[in-house]
Design a protein around this ligand. Structure first.
Ligand code: PGU
Length: 449
């Protein structure tokens, strides 16, 4: 604004506008328009935001942005981890449609605010789903569960609570991990370090490196663990390895923070995929668990998830919950009602629950069949390299080993979109598109180094 005192034309116009806004005096609309559209009102260079630089697109969600801009009929989006049918279409589970119909038909349902911690029944059933129906921790009332905005929101709320109330502010995350993890934890106020996880040479777990790094972490440090179907590598510890990790972590007082975004997607069984978490809860120790229903119920955009904090006693759990509420209230006040109501309707009803497990298994099986098809297609082409990791890896993704140059080549010449670390979402593939992908990989590894 001009600093030339009260006399300038700009000041007179702004003063008139200010007087109008701050008094009940009536100004005719024409007069108001001429003030607002004044040529001396800020031009582009005067913006108080003119210093703002354009941020890069998100490394995962930005892949979809680029994909959407590509007019090629051949284009294939293997970036985001979102399930597609054999026809390449997003899937709304039948069981979700049924639950939604029930909700719509129930005229007694209202749209009132939920409590800060969300829908009580949803919270109870979510804890049961991840910890097991017979979990002693639930029976002893020492688990607090709060509904959050999907997996990301659950991680963020848990991390903010830890930054405020836990004595150790360092969290160890696997190398590599989901790209959003470091940002979520840093912004919550934790300091992020990594532990060795993946060995590119064997395309498997670097178990020795993992044990060494966690072994030298400071006592009490927080450790992020992917409950199953590790993203992006598709490499999970065996049950024996989990047991070693548990012993080491408990002996050093490290605090486990499980990210469970793929329960049911690794093996097709909800219980098998929860074994790592249940092992840590069975020993009576404390832990955090962030659950997402984005993938296993296909509720991506509904943003349904839960944060469970397993404590030593019911008394501590109650006090912890009271503080988690203070994290949530100024952040988004309380969570949305629709998605959580869908989940509660499915989890509470035996028939709907059973139907869900069938649909979930069908999704997991389709992904596994895509692994075999892609592996066979590369073998048939004689593509150089050992591609057996495609069938060994678990969950939604294959960590191909393709480098960023090869990925860029595949995008440019074959219109195949994937993250630059070489991760492909197997759920985005279909029998029809496997040959195109295999051709692209073959060309990339033979032409681009
Ligand atoms: N944790 C892990 C390990 C994930 O892979 C994801 C989603 C989340 C948490 C968060 O999921 P919510 O949608 O908040 O429940 N990762 C997918 C989806 C795209 C994204 O990056 O958010 C992915 O493609 O990696």
């Amino acid at each position: 604004m001009s600093s030339g005192g009260h006399g300038s034309a700009t000041d007179r116009r702004l003063n008139a506008l200010f007087r109008h806004l701050s008094s009940s005096a009536r100004m005719d609309p024409q007069q108001l328009n001429s003030i607002a559209a004044s040529p001396t009102s800020a031009n582009q260079n005067d913006s108080v935001f003119s210093h703002v630089v354009r941020a890069p697109e998100d490394p995962i969600l930005g892949v979809t942005v680029a994909y959407n801009k590509d007019p090629s009929p051949l284009k294939l989006n293997l970036g985001v981890g979102a399930y597609r049918t054999e026809e390449g279409k997003p899937l709304v589970l039948n069981v979700v449609r049924k639950a939604e119909q029930q909700l719509v038909n129930d005229r007694s349902r209202v749209k009132e605010y939920l409590p800060i911690v969300g829908l009580a029944e949803f919270n109870k059933l979510s804890a049961k789903l991840i910890l097991g129906a017979d979990s002693p921790a639930i029976r002893e009332n020492r688990v607090t569960t709060v509904q959050c905005l999907s997996g990301t929101g659950s991680l963020r709320v848990g991390a903010e609570f830890l930054a405020r109330h836990y004595h150790q502010r360092t969290i160890y995350i696997p190398q590599p991990t989901w790209g959003n993890h470091p940002k979520v934890f840093t912004l919550a106020g934790l300091s992020v370090k990594s532990y060795r996880y993946y060995d590119p040479a064997t395309r498997g777990l670097n178990f020795q490196g993992l044990l060494e790094d966690l072994g030298s972490a400071p006592a009490g440090a927080i450790v992020l663990l992917h409950a199953c179907a590790h993203n992006p590598t598709g490499v999970d510890p065996t049950l024996q390895q989990w047991e070693r990790i548990r012993q080491l972590m408990r002996s050093k007082g490290l605090l486990p923070f499980f990210d469970s975004a793929y329960q049911g997607f690794a093996s097709g069984s909800l219980d098998s995929d929860a074994q790592s978490v249940r092992m840590f809860v069975a020993d009576g120790g404390e832990c955090f668990i962030a659950q997402s229903y984005a993938k296993n119920l296909g509720l991506y955009g509904e943003r349904v998830g839960a944060l469970s904090i397993v404590c030593k006693t019911a008394d501590v759990a109650g006090r912890v919950e009271s503080q988690v509420k203070l994290v949530i209230r100024p952040m988004y006040s309380n969570p949305p009602i629709h998605g959580a109501s869908i989940v509660a309707a499915i989890l509470r009803d035996r028939d709907l629950f059973n139907e869900w497990t069938f649909e979930l298994k069908a999704m997991a099986d389709r992904i596994i069949s895509m692994r075999q098809k892609l592996f066979d297609a590369l073998r048939a082409r004689g593509t150089p390299g050992d591609w057996s990791h495609i069938i060994k890896q678990i969950g939604m993704f294959t960590f191909t080993g393709l480098n960023p140059q090869q990925v860029a080549f595949m995008t440019k010449d074959y219109h195949i979109y994937m993250t630059s670390d070489g991760r492909i979402s197997m759920a985005g593939l279909s029998s029809k598109t496997v040959p195109h992908l295999a051709d692209a990989i073959h060309a990339a590894v033979t032409l681009v180094s």
